[in-house]
Design a protein around this ligand. Structure first.
Ligand SMILES: [Zn+2]
Length: 389
């Protein structure tokens, strides 16, 4: 893996060619060896089949950027912070890995040298490139500043609009069972649908128009779930899943994580067998900032109500239901059904109600506009979505 990473890093430098990397070389950053970043643990269970990377130009939902579009400048955290008036950078004492804190008016950022995991207000999120050390100072990749840090500093503000449309996507269905509970073999598809219906009810009473990609035990093609959101002009897409450890004998893995699509030019947190071609541009990449903001907010409130282990906000490119979306889109993994303790909680309807309330609160906080119909007591039906067959 290490060798591959070096090759990939070298390839990126070559690809970026002329303008962007020259500056880095002159400044000395590009000469720094790319430290072997800690490999992210790839334990997510999303049973959609990762598609093989298609040949360029054959899939309408993506295109490639000209290769010289990929900026690769490494920027000192301190300089970036000064230029953006973000706040003071402090080196935290203790520990062998250099760790730095950036206090901003929006929150506290913690980054560690050579580590892809960073923290925003104590919550884990994943950088695309591990921070490096140059002359005793941390330097971060410009894409991480643009795609992972700036969106956190500038919370999402939605334009005025009543009756926003959210498409909730209960994972799996029909013969697509998803994972199953280690306790009694109950399927993920059942829990996901129940969670989705509970979430729908709460959002509807708070002014959202809610559509479900499925309201019964049917299998819907992943591409149809995207089309469904498109046709209905969704303002937000939320896919709900539960997880399982990759090894059937692993009953320890536990926690909650939230995914959004990987920004162009950046390696994914979770790659699976997918090629993870960083030059691909997906329709959903237009919403990189909103994706992260929703993901962070949803993850934060889920952790708050559940006390579950924080698996962080993660990036993936292979998820069909996310990358083709023409609106902000996230995928939530609400816990491990392979862990007896977590499976027991998920099996309780009261706990699924809590999960629904957490996701709803996160979404509602981003949307304070009330539906005028609701003010008049005219509530929408809880299941007005029609599955696309
Ligand atoms: Zn799933």
């Amino acid at each position: 893996m290490f060798k591959l990473r070096i090759l990939a890093a070298a390839g990126l430098l070559i690809l970026t060619g002329c303008s962007a990397s020259r500056r880095g070389v002159q400044m000395g950053y590009a000469e720094q060896p790319i430290f072997p970043a800690k490999e992210p643990v790839e334990t997510e269970h999303i049973t959609e089949t990762p598609p093989l990377a298609p040949p360029a130009g054959t899939t309408p939902e993506m295109f490639r950027l000209p290769t010289n579009h990929l900026a690769s400048a490494w920027i000192p955290l301190r300089r970036w912070s000064e230029e953006h008036k973000a706040g003071p950078v402090q080196r935290l004492s203790g520990g062998t890995v250099p760790t730095f804190a950036l206090k901003t008016v929006s929150g506290l950022l913690i980054v560690r040298a050579y580590d892809l995991v960073a923290y925003w207000n104590g919550m884990e999120f994943h950088l695309g490139f591990a921070p490096q050390m140059v002359n005793g100072q941390p330097v971060l990749h410009s894409l991480d500043f643009a795609k992972n840090i700036e969106p956190l500093l500038h919370p999402l503000t939605l334009p005025e609009k009543a009756g926003r449309i959210v498409v909730i996507d209960p994972g799996h269905g029909g013969s697509n069972l998803g994972t199953k509970s280690v306790l009694d073999g109950s399927y993920e598809k059942v829990f996901a649908l129940d969670w989705a219906k509970r979430l729908a009810t709460i959002l509807e009473t708070n002014g959202w128009r809610v559509l479900l990609t499925r309201t019964s035990d049917v299998d819907i093609a992943l591409t149809n779930r995207v089309t469904f959101a498109d046709v209905n002009k969704a303002d937000l897409f939320v896919s709900l899943h539960f997880n399982a450890a990759p090894s059937p004998t692993d009953h320890e893995e536990a926690g909650i994580e939230t995914f959004c699509v990987t920004p162009t030019g950046m390696p994914s947190t979770l790659k699976r067998e997918y090629e993870d071609d960083a030059s691909l541009v997906f329709p959903n990449n237009r919403f990189d900032s909103e994706n992260l903001q929703y993901a962070i907010q949803v993850q934060r409130l889920l952790l708050k109500i559940s006390g579950a282990r924080d698996h962080g906000v993660r990036r993936a490119r292979f998820m069909t239901v996310l990358r083709g979306q023409n609106c902000p889109a996230i995928l939530v993994e609400g816990g491990y059904l392979s862990n007896p303790r977590e499976a027991r909680r998920v099996a309780e309807s009261a706990y699924r109600q809590k999960l629904a309330e957490a996701v709803a609160s996160a979404i509602i906080e981003k949307n304070s506009v009330q539906n005028p119909e609701l003010a008049a007591g005219n509530k929408l039906s809880p299941t007005n979505g029609v599955p696309v067959q």
